[in-house]
Design a protein around this ligand. Sequence first.
Ligand code: HEM
Length: 228
Amino acid sequence: MNKALDFYYSSIGKKVLMSVTGLFLIVFLTEHLIGNLLLFAGDEGKMYEAYGDFLVSNPVIRFIELFMFLGIFVHIIIGVILWFKNRKTRSVKYKLFRLKDNATLASRTTIISGLVIGIFLYIHLTTFFFPLRYSDEKSGAYELVVNAFSDFWYVIFYLAALFVIAYHLHHGFQSAFQTLGLRNKKYAPVLDIIAFFVWCLIPLGFAAIPIYFFFFHGSGATVIMWGF
Ligand code: HEM
């Protein structure tokens, strides 16, 4: 128990926790994107709603969801703690586990991108998750998506947030593997391919959703033509 606490209190222990929770959240994000791509099924949301019902009614998924929220919580808290610690001990150089990319712009601005993602998540959950799970108002998930992405500024906000998410993932994914000591010459090329999928294709996949619903489902094109 003491060893576990010592590990947690060490900087590397916290970085390992950041990496593990970060990678876990990337798995969630991949699954979330795949589920959301059902919005393109062209059946006015029938499969999407069925998928949502499955998520809500399946006890195993609900249990994993709890872990996911715990993961988000731990990732944010430890990230903030590490940031404060790094500020205080900026001049101290760690002999072990020193990351080459520590000094990059992405590394220094990860805290800012992380906080922007926190704000995005709050707005995202109040738009979709809470109304669907905990409100009497009975709009389906598909209807909520259509309504949300018929608003020009909401679409712009999502696209900007996804840009920040891409930036955060770009640094975070590589950094996690380096912290866990899993980035070596043999695996580096494979990791680079997966990294590209994670930081570029996942945000692009999500971005396709507001763009599609604004321009091709709602009245977006007309709104733009008439100057909002
Ligand atoms: C732009 C496309 C997106 C759409 C259309 C979308 C849609 C949704 C919907 C409908 C829910 C509620 C599901 C339910 O409770 O049954 C949800 C939940 C959630 N979304 Fe998204 N989402 C998008 C992007 C994102 C992104 C980029 C993130 C993270 C950075 C994210 C994180 C979450 C989380 C953490 C939940 C709560 C857990 C869950 O219900 O699975 N979403 N989203």
